[in-house]
Design a protein around this ligand. Structure first.
Ligand SMILES: Cc1cc2nc3c(=O)[nH]c(=O)nc-3n(C[C@H](O)[C@H](O)[C@H](O)COP(=O)(O)O)c2cc1C
Length: 240
């Protein structure tokens, strides 16, 4: 058993990794991570999720397709009316799934997300209002920040929001298991907007939909990996 102090230090030392080395992750390690992650609790032990593991050529094909779509979308986002018209005509780059994640955040969620974005981009030297600079950084999501493995998490529609809850308990276990082995991870909602590109590469059973991706690999020593997102005080979420 680990001590309480060891657990507190371990949990607090995990951070999202946004730059990876190209060192591959052994298949045996990936299976170990999934086995350990399956010790998480689950609604009636249903485990209503599947994980598509993209490595090698499959990973590269999905990244190439994502980058093609992102470049088309970004050109429209940062370009003039003609570029926007092109997006509407060709439709290449428009979200094909989970459109709700492209909508603006509301209230306090907007404040918190703007704060983390501002701090991350400022650390990377991207000026406020530099839409192209921000898009260039966000683009890295679509190459999985250079990670050799991307895990795509699918949940079953029939269990509703509890499927997402179960999948995320599993993923948090996996993320911490990776951290314990010196591996880095970054959860990626960004990849959920093009579920069709992932489904084209895997036999995803009927009824499953893409929740998010998780980049997995060995962290590089890039500055972005030293970024420390703020933690909220207990009083911000605890109701009395
Ligand atoms: C479901 C989920 C989706 C996320 N999507 C993205 C993403 O698309 N791109 C990204 O860079 N970070 C993404 N993140 C990482 C969060 O920005 C990060 O967890 C948060 O800022 C706290 O930082 P930390 O993970 O370093 O503690 C996501 C996190 C979660 C839980």
């Amino acid at each position: 058993m680990i001590t309480k102090e060891q657990w507190v230090e371990f949990a607090a030392s995990r951070r999202s990794t946004r730059d990876f080395t190209n060192k591959p992750v052994d298949n045996a390690i990936i299976d170990e991570l999934i086995t350990d992650a399956l010790t998480a609790p689950s609604w009636s032990n249903t485990r209503p999720f599947v994980v598509a593991v993209a490595t090698g050529e499959k990973r590269d094909r999905i990244a190439a397709e994502f980058l093609r779509r992102w470049d088309a979308l970004s050109a429209a986002r940062t370009g003039g009316p003609l570029a926007k018209l092109k997006l509407l005509i060709t439709r290449v780059g428009l979200p094909t799934s989970n459109r709700m994640i492209t909508r603006p955040y509301q209230g306090v969620f907007k404040t918190r997300s703007q704060k983390v974005g501002r701090e991350l981009y400022s650390m990377l030297g991207v000026e406020r209002g530099d839409a192209k600079g921000r898009d260039a950084q966000w683009r890295k999501n679509y190459d999985f920040f250079g990670a050799p493995v991307e895990l795509f998490i699918f949940t079953h529609k029939s269990i509703g929001k509890y499927a997402a809850s179960d999948a995320s308990l599993f993923m948090q276990n996996l993320i911490l298991g990776a951290h314990a082995r010196g591996l880095g991870t970054c959860a990626q909602g960004a990849v959920a907007i093009w579920e069709d590109a992932v489904k084209a590469e895997f036999d995803v059973p009927a009824g499953y939909q893409l929740l998010y991706g998780v980049a997995l690999g060995y962290p590089s020593d890039a500055k972005v990996n030293t970024f420390k997102a703020e933690r909220l005080p207990v009083s911000d979420i605890k109701l009395s």
